[in-house]
Design a protein around this ligand. Structure first.
Ligand SMILES: [Zn+2]
Length: 459
């Protein structure tokens, strides 16, 4: 058996790892590559292997960098099942369709510009039709139930990262390979802790935060309550840019708990992202994935994602109306890095007023508006116009859904290290991956590899 790393190698985006046993191929993940436009377009359109020669796909979870390129996989000839948990299947359907709509509207805008310059029109990376076609190949499976795919036996375990996320425990040719997907953290809201798998010959581990430590989620109530009370007290509004999947639900869930415990006032809260609202519906429909606290809340006849004063905004008119009011409020809106979407309108109307606050609750990539706000740059550009950033900015990394440095090392410590022949670190910038090498060797891991794009290893 061998493995080839075709994405998420020395970078955090576009995950794709191809396992080959004899003439049969299993693709772990089919993520969309995100980055500069020309590079992203080229990488996503041109799969580095023959899609029709891939027999099966396994997807760890419903983030676009793990599942977002299945439309191209199917377009170029893949016909096998795409195996994932039922929760991931439900979320992936929403995400892939939403991504296709974005690709189409992006290209319409670009083609309008290129027509003005007399240039030929371009095609989207994939269309809504391509997306719908690819969704037919999705197969949802429960956790812990083996699924035989030719020579591969695959079992999915809870990765504790987002709803339905999985660790992929795979066996072939008498060898056991564990792929972490994105590894979650212990004691996070709503979902369960990651399952500790002990036995494996090879480990493919994510290393996104290999060189960082996060604040503890246990402290979130105190910090978030302080922020809400402070801004409410001065009559301001809070804008929270948040990803539609998991982060929006976690914020709502946490605000709900603060409200139930009377730690925050009766402030109006708006979730202004149609995708986040649809994703929340999936969260409501899959209580089998909840942790004890969430189940207890449900059993106490309390809704997790609904409470008085919380509104899910649908129409553009309602969204715009929020900026006509001067009442204190909390607006949770996408996109999470402030690159597109409704959050831009709210920021445009809010950043100039020192009574307001922008709450950053997730990772902000370089060259994004979210990053500039997180860095508290004095002037930020929104829709091509400069705005003075006078609002207060608060950064909370306690919500991170990824294991940090210690979390990753502890996960390996929980394994039978003597059995591990090799650990491959993927889904990490080089610096983050390198920070894990020595700590893993100190645990007794014999070999740690940080594969380059296209690198092949015999297992
Ligand atoms: Zn993820």
């Amino acid at each position: 058996m061998n493995i080839q790393f075709w994405g998420g190698a020395r970078t955090v985006t576009g995950s794709k790892h191809l396992l080959t046993s004899g003439k049969q191929r299993l693709l772990l993940e089919c993520g969309l590559f995100q980055g500069h436009r020309a590079e992203a377009e080229h990488t996503n359109r041109n799969l580095p292997f023959k899609a029709r020669e891939v027999n099966w796909g396994v997807i760890s979870h419903a983030h676009i960098d793990h599942v977002g390129n299945i439309p191209n996989l199917v377009k170029y000839g893949f016909r096998g099942p795409l195996v994932m948990t039922q929760g991931t299947a439900a979320l992936a359907r929403l995400l892939v369709e939403d991504s296709a709509h974005i690709q189409e509207s992006d290209i319409r805008y670009l083609n309008k510009k290129s027509r003005e310059r007399g240039e030929p029109p371009k095609e989207p990376i994939y269309t809504v039709e391509d997306a719908e076609e690819s969704l037919k190949y999705i197969e949802g499976v429960p956790y812990a139930k083996p699924r035989k795919l030719g020579p591969f036996k695959v079992v999915l375990h809870d990765a504790g990262h987002i709803l339905g996320s999985a660790l992929v425990d795979l066996e072939a040719e008498g060898k056991r390979v564990l792929f972490t997907g994105d590894l979650g953290r212990k004691k996070m809201p709503i979902i369960n802790d990651p399952v500790q798998v002990v036995e494996a010959d090879y480990l493919i581990m994510e290393g996104t935060y290999g060189n960082r430590q996060h604040g503890d989620y246990q402290d979130v109530d105190t910090r978030l309550a302080a922020v809400v009370n402070r801004v409410y007290g001065r009559g301001g509004r809070i804008v929270i840019p948040a990803f539609a999947v998991e982060r929006s639900q976690e914020i709502v869930y946490t605000l709900n708990r603060l409200r139930q415990n009377s730690r925050i006032p009766d402030v109006q809260i708006y979730v202004d992202s149609p995708l986040a609202s649809r994703v929340t519906e999936v969260y409501r429909n899959y209580p089998q994935y909840y942790d004890e606290e969430a189940v207890a809340m449900l059993n106490g006849h309390k809704f997790l994602f609904d409470f008085p004063g919380l509104h899910y905004v649908e129409s553009v008119e309602e969204s715009k109306a929020l900026n006509q009011s001067h009442e204190p409020c909390i607006i949770i809106s996408a996109s999470g890095m402030c690159e597109a979407g409704r959050v831009l309108h709210h920021l445009k109307h809010s950043v100039g007023n020192p009574k307001n606050l922008v709450l950053i609750v997730s990772f902000q990539a370089e060259n994004t508006l979210g990053r500039r706000i997180a860095e508290r740059q004095p002037v930020v550009r929104i829709y091509g116009e400069e705005h003075a950033l006078r609002a207060e900015v608060e950064v909370m990394d306690e919500f991170s859904a990824h294991a940090d440095h210690d979390g990753l090392v502890q996960y390996v410590r929980g394994m039978d290290v003597a059995r591990l022949k090799k650990v491959f670190i993927v889904h990490a910038e080089l610096e983050a991956a390198e920070a894990l090498v020595e700590p893993l060797k100190a645990l007794g891991v014999r070999e740690v590899v940080i594969p380059k794009l296209g690198e092949e290893h015999e297992l």
